[in-house]
Design a protein around this ligand. Structure first.
Ligand code: AMP
Length: 489
């Protein structure tokens, strides 16, 4: 099936050709025709499957064939009653003239994170490139209110929003959903995980019952399934890929580590692989994302951090730098990295394993985008082995264990179940001799820091000084420049 056979608007076909899309992805082939019929949809599909176009194209097709009503009617005298109700809503500034006409979007896309929302907005702009008059704007937490008011004052047809900030604007009368035709809940499972259920229900109750609702989620089971059924009518369920679908183009590996210092040395070693174009390193905490990014920069890498404590402007700048190739290694937390779509990310590293197995699937899906291959490497402490088991059960895939010569773990790596096991060299990491004496105490409670070996407990492997220049020959990486190691001292 081609996009033309689906019957999409000429202007969209042109935009798709310009984007280099030759045929619909499986989720698009199933979703677009049903969406064009106006059906409510519950779609379970994996990240990177082309789900954004699956809901955006039919919406744009519908709007392209509709006349746009004039937004700003000619000024007319306001009645006393209107003036009173405007005052009650706080819309006036003393002179009784409406200060702000609420935006009346035709489509609302709710997304869990700012990054995903920005990506959806960018996709809408790309696909609507040939359709004049259609505007999409993102309404996000962290963005200055005046800027958002300015965006809303343009009365965009498409609003892409994170729930919290949208509610703020709804409550201050800046948005009127009476003209809403299409509601999309993107990554609904994630929005529920993040505690947005009340906000979502509040938003949905402000939209017309006549709307078309499309819900996209990694899973349609449990709470998401219940909500999905509540907010849709006679919905068609499309199950393209379950969340645990094999990422066949993504090779997965894991390395066992003894402690933080070992983990840092190994990360340093692995990041020097010349086949890395760009890499994403996941950490469990925002603090670690900052620390590791700083240490990687000191070690000569071109790294940046991305996490939820950063202002939106800084997050956007970092992502743009990543897209332009100015940043090679992005060290990020789950929330910030969700939705990142940078096709040149060749490697994903789990510096820390994710809390939930679903997140593992989302994380590794940041590589192998747009038909490319990717490599996902997890650095695992022996105590976390049960977490690996959980992930393997979820993905129904075994993650092979690898051992790097010179970076072997001291403990024998778990084998069995067909798992290829690595052979430890029997030489404790703390005895490698060059990682003692620069002590920075590892964060309390991190089990990998408590090895009980002399020296090891006091190291996170990051602190360079006093640095032995030449301890490891600097190499010139793919982005150029000599790099020094960290953690291998
Ligand atoms: P998504 O799942 O919406 O995040 O899309 C994942 C990636 O696939 C994005 O980079 C899209 O630009 C790309 N993409 C979406 N649809 C197609 C298509 N039909 N052919 C090729 N690439 C696509």
């Amino acid at each position: 099936m081609t996009f033309a056979e689906i019957g999409l608007h000429e202007a969209l076909l042109k935009a798709l050709t310009d984007s280099g899309y030759t045929e619909p992805t499986p989720v698009q082939a199933q979703t677009i025709p049903a969406a064009l019929e106006g059906r409510d949809l519950l779609v379970s599909s994996q990240t990177g499957s082309g789900k954004t176009a699956a809901f955006m194209l039919p919406a744009l097709h519908r709007f392209a064939s509709q006349e746009r009503p004039a937004f700003a009617p000619a000024p007319r005298r306001t009645s006393n009653q209107e003036r009173q109700s405007a005052r009650a809503l706080g819309h006036t500034r003393g002179n009784d003239r409406p200060r702000f006409q609420p935006a009346q979007p035709k489509m609302l896309v709710l997304a869990p994170t700012r990054e995903l929302a920005l990506q959806v907005t960018a996709a809408a702009d790309k696909y609507a490139g040939q359709l004049r008059r259609l505007k999409a704007v993102a309404i996000l937490g962290g963005m200055p209110y005046p800027k958002q008011m300015e965006l809303l004052s343009r009365n965009p047809e498409i609003l892409v929003a994170t729930p919290g900030r949208l509610i703020d604007h709804m409550e201050s009368g800046k948005i009127d959903f009476s003209q809403l035709q299409i509601l999309v809940l993107d990554e609904a499972d994630r929005m529920l995980d993040m505690g947005f259920i009340d906000d979502i229900e509040k938003i949905i109750s402000a939209t017309p019952a006549s709307r078309q609702t499309m819900l996209f989620s990694a899973t349609l089971e449990g709470t998401v399934g219940q909500m999905a059924r509540k907010v849709t009518r006679d919905a068609l369920t499309i199950q393209v890929d379950a969340a645990h679908t094999k990422h066949e183009n993504i090779e997965q590996r894991m390395h066992f580590v003894d402690d933080l210092s070992h983990k840092n040395r190994l990360l340093d070693h692995l990041l020097r692989d010349v086949s890395i174009d760009q890499a994403l390193v996941f950490t469990a905490t925002k603090r670690d994302a900052d620390t590791i990014s700083d240490r990687l920069n000191i070690a000569g890498f071109n790294a940046a951090a991305l996490h939820g404590d950063m202002h939106q402007g800084a997050r956007n700048r970092t992502l743009s730098a990543m897209r332009r190739g100015q940043v090679q290694i992005l060290v990020a937390t789950d929330v910030a990295a969700r939705g990142i779509d940078v096709p040149t990310i060749t490697h994903v590293f789990n510096y820390d394993l994710p809390k939930f197995a679903e997140d593992y699937v989302h994380r590794i899906g940041r590589t192998g985008r747009a038909g490319r291959n990717g490599l996902a490497i997890s650095l695992v402490n022996h105590a976390e082995h049960f977490n690996v088991k959980k992930i393997e059960r979820f993905t129904k895939q075994m993650i092979p264990v690898e051992v790097v010569a010179g970076h072997e773990p001291t403990r024998r790596v778990p084998t069995g179940n067909g798992r290829p096991g690595g052979k430890p060299n029997g030489r404790p990491a703390w005895k490698s001799g060059d990682n003692r004496g620069h002590g920075k105490t590892a964060p309390a409670g991190r089990s990998e820091a408590r090895t009980g070996k002399p020296g090891a407990a006091k190291h996170d492997g990051f602190v360079r000084a006093p640095h032995r220049e030449g301890a490891k020959a600097p190499r010139t990486g793919p982005t150029g420049g000599n790099r020094r190691t960290y953690g291998d001292r």
